[in-house]
Each structure stands twice: as C-alpha cells, then as structure tokens.
Design a protein around this ligand. Structure first.
Ligand code: FA5
Length: 347
C-alpha cells in the first residue's frame, strides 16, 4: 500500500513541477530525476519485487500508467515551451517594412579632383583636348625635350625619385608637351591641350609644398600665338574659378623651356581697387611662358613659322585659395572630417 501511495504522491509532485517549469532545460531535468537510472520512479519500481504476488500486477500496472502519463506531460510541456520560445523570437524579429531604409555612406569626390574637373571643364569649353600622361616618365621627356640636357644647372630646381638612371617619377606635367607635339598633325590646325596629373619632387613638405602634388599643363602651339593670348587665357581661368575678388599678378621668371617666362600669383585675400598693395597676400599658383624655340625645334617645328605658349598650374594651391585652406598637407592626410566638408551639390 505504501508503494501505491508513494506512486500517487510522486505523480502529484512531478505534475506540479512540470506545470511550474518555465524553461525546456528545467523540464529535461525533471525527466532525468524521474526516469533516469537513479530517478525517483526507477527507485520506487525496484520495490515491486518485494510486494506480495497478487499485488504485483496491480501496482505494476498503476506504475506504468503513471510513467506514461508523466512522460506525455513532459513531452507536451516541452512542445509548449518550444512554441512559446519561437513565437517570442518571431515577435522580436518582426521586420517593419514601413521603416525608412538605412542609407549606405557614400564617399565624395576628393576636393582636388573637383578642382581638376572644374579646370578641365573650363578648357574643354574652349576647345582644348585633355591628355593624361604617365606618372613614370623618361628623363628624355621630363627634362631633355624640355631644353634641360643632362648636367643643366636648372635640373637642381626639380630633383626627383629615380627608378633607373633614365626612368623617373615625373617632376612636372610639362613632360606631356613634347609627347603632344610629337603626336599632333599641325597641317590640320593648332594644338590646344591640357594635361592634368600627379607629379613628384624631392621637396620638403611644408604648408605650401608637398613631395607629391598635382599640376595641370596647358599648351597651345600654332601660328601667331602670343603672350597676350596667354595672359587672356589665364585671366579667364582665374576669373571663372575664383570670381573677380582675387587679384592676379604676373611676374617675370625663368624656365629653360619658355622664353620669356612668367610666374603668376593670386591673392589669398579678397581685394578691390581700394586695397593697398602691401595688404595683398600673394601665393604663386603657376609658371608659364612662350614655348622656347629649342623645344619647338626638338619637335620638328620651325620657330619662324610656329609659336606657342605653355603653362603649368598647381590645382592644390588653387584649392587652397578657393576654400581658404592654409596647409596643403590637409589634402593628403585622408582625414574624413576634412574631406567631408567638400561634398558636391547632389552628393
Ligand atoms: C613647373 O613645374 C613648370 N613645369 C611650369 C611651367 C609649365 C612653366 C609650362 C612654363 C611653361 P614650378 O616648379 O614653378 O614650374 O611649378 C608650377 C606650379 O606647381 C607652382 O606654381 C605651384 O602651384 C605648383 N607647385 C610646385 N611645387 C610644388 C610643391 N612642392 N607642392 C605643391 N605645389 C607645387
């Protein structure tokens, strides 16, 4: 009789435990405690053998019924908890399709590329071709064809990084002058080209110098090209890029590949006719001049028939003036906070 009572008590106790369980692993623990090798029911059933023979089938049947019933409750409880778990998870992972999407961060064109684009657009609208040269150049095109034979003292002005004795990182986009003259068919009309790109020099970096920077070369060769044409060309470019508030100044200069040679400065500050000359802060932005007769000759052009002007401008310095940036190194540090300021309209 004790065994029967114990079975009944175990059934009630375990049913309550199953009912109260909140997690699947709790239910699994109940199952092991009940039916495992050392489980409560297993232990009770070991007492069957000590019962009088006539009671054995009765209690045995009862024990079996209780076992089946508890096993079923355990399975049902596990199923319920499983379903509840998934329902909760589905609820938490519900996607609200009406929410606005998350936009991926899209980069912006580098400020120097934007300036280069503006310069290209300006010259394309005036009928110039755009030619992209190579950053790795030969000594011949970078120096010799620019009237700078080996051992010319002016080579010191532009020391660079050599790959071999005759192959180097170009110091100036002027290397594209001779290449363009070589390719151009002058019987079809004048050559008008610009050539933007990166150049390299063994310069010490400071606020206005970088060892790697950009240039845009310009070259016009034809009949009766004059210094006045050069001046007008530069004036219209600077007017378009800076507006009229920045003054332009031409200074006499020296380049082995132009004669005469000039350098052009632009005022950092905005000026008008009342600004005193000593209040203007100048920065040099380009070198230019009339193509040297030797350069024309090396390109098989007769200096008595052909003339030309050339210029090499620094877009980095243009950007500094246009946006009031006081240190050229900002362009090359890749600080996203700096670069982000120059998002183009529409980006
Ligand atoms: C030249 O490189 C000549 N090839 C320009 C030229 C072309 C003259 C055609 C005549 C005819 P220069 O070294 O002065 O010249 O450089 C031209 C411009 O490049 C400078 O006015 C300046 O705007 C820019 N520049 C020169 N060196 C640096 C530097 N280290 N960092 C940034 N910009 C520079």
């Amino acid at each position: 009789m004790d065994l029967k009572n114990n079975l009944q008590q175990l059934k009630d106790h375990v049913s309550q435990q199953i009912h109260d369980a909140k997690k699947i692993d709790q239910v699994e623990k109940i199952r092991v405690n009940l039916l495992g090798k050392k489980g409560e029911l297993t232990k009770l059933l070991k007492g069957l053998k000590d019962l009088p023979n006539e009671q054995k089938p009765v209690i045995g049947k009862l024990a079996n019924q209780i076992r089946l019933m508890l096993e079923k409750s355990i399975e049902d409880k596990k199923k319920d908890l499983n379903e509840a778990f998934f329902e909760k998870r589905m609820d938490s992972e519900k996607i609200d399709v009406t929410l606005p999407g998350r936009r991926p961060e899209i980069g912006t064109k580098h400020i120097l590329q934007q300036i280069q684009d503006q310069i290209e657009d300006h010259f394309i609208s005036q009928g110039y071709e755009v030619k992209y040269g190579k950053e790795i150049e030969s000594d011949e095109y970078n120096f010799e064809r620019m009237n700078l034979p080996k051992d010319h003292p002016a080579r010191d002005m532009q020391d660079t990084f050599y790959i071999t004795k005759n192959i180097l990182l170009r110091t100036q986009t002027s290397a594209m002058q001779a290449r363009s003259m070589d390719q151009h068919d002058f019987t079809k009309g004048p050559l008008k080209m610009i050539s933007p790109g990166q150049v390299y020099r063994r310069d010490n970096d400071d606020a206005t110098h970088s060892h790697q920077f950009h240039q845009v070369e310009g070259l016009v060769v034809g009949k009766n090209v004059s210094l006045a044409d050069l001046k007008g060309t530069l004036q219209s470019l600077t007017d378009e890029l800076f507006g009229k508030g920045h003054a332009m100044r031409l200074r006499q200069s020296y380049f082995p590949f132009t004669e005469p040679s000039i350098e052009v400065d632009i005022s950092w500050n905005l000026v008008d006719e009342n600004t005193a000359p000593e209040d203007i802060d100048w920065i040099e932005v380009l070198g230019a001049g009339m193509v040297h007769p030797n350069v024309l000759r090396m390109s098989h052009l007769d200096p008595n028939k052909y003339s030309g002007f050339a210029f090499g401008l620094g877009p980095d310095r243009f950007a500094m003036i246009k946006y009031g940036i006081d240190d050229i190194r900002n362009f090359y540090f890749d600080d996203i906070r700096f670069l982000k300021q120059f998002k183009q309209v529409g980006e």
